[in-house]
Design a protein around this ligand. Structure first.
Ligand SMILES: [Fe+2]
Ligand SMILES: [Fe+2]
Length: 172
């Protein structure tokens, strides 16, 4: 819970505040993806997550440079949603022992992050449009496209991994 109000009085201030949260989100994703890659047994999943890690590093630097342009700094604000999603994902990884089921859990955790990112960048893009920041719009749109593609890639991999997990149940 917040102790002090940030006094957000206009859309530009709200936009900057949410860009700062998006940067925190991307930096945290870049920290948690290596663990997810290491725990993935499905090669396609590991490769897909590796590609998205590189994209996420690119997202972080794109958002940082938008912040630099607007504020002269790339300081962040805490993305509490990502803290929750990362805790959920790492707790599940500790609980699930079967490799195919663990792959499914990794996909589920990753898709929750992607869905949040799609919502975040969709909103930021619309606010940038309202604020007349056309170069921000195209940057945010390109990041949003990457997130949508990552989500689709995970859905496609889930189709094969879910099947394997169903076929090879672990006896308790
Ligand atoms: Fe991202
Ligand atoms: Fe992403």
């Amino acid at each position: 819970m917040k102790l002090f109000s940030a006094n957000i009085e206009d859309l530009k201030t709200l936009y900057i505040s949410n860009l700062k949260k998006a940067l925190d989100l991307e930096q945290k994703i870049c920290k948690s993806l290596p663990d997810m890659i290491e725990n993935s047994t499905d090669q396609q999943l590991a490769a897909g997550l590796r590609t998205h890690l590189e994209q996420s590093q690119g997202h972080a630097s794109k958002v940082a440079s938008l912040l630099q342009q607007h504020t002269g700094s790339d300081s962040t604000e805490t993305c509490k949603v990502m803290d929750g999603l990362a805790t959920e994902a790492s707790d599940t990884l500790k609980d699930v022992k079967d490799p195919a089921v663990r792959d499914i859990a990794i996909i589920a955790g990753a898709q929750q992050v992607e869905h949040h990112e799609i919502a975040v960048y969709g909103t930021l893009k619309n606010w940038a449009r309202v604020l007349g920041l056309s170069s921000d719009v195209s940057t945010l749109e390109s990041i949003e496209r990457d997130e949508i593609k990552a989500d689709q890639m995970l859905t496609q991999i889930a189709g094969t991994v879910n099947y394997q997990a169903e076929k090879e149940p672990v006896l308790a």
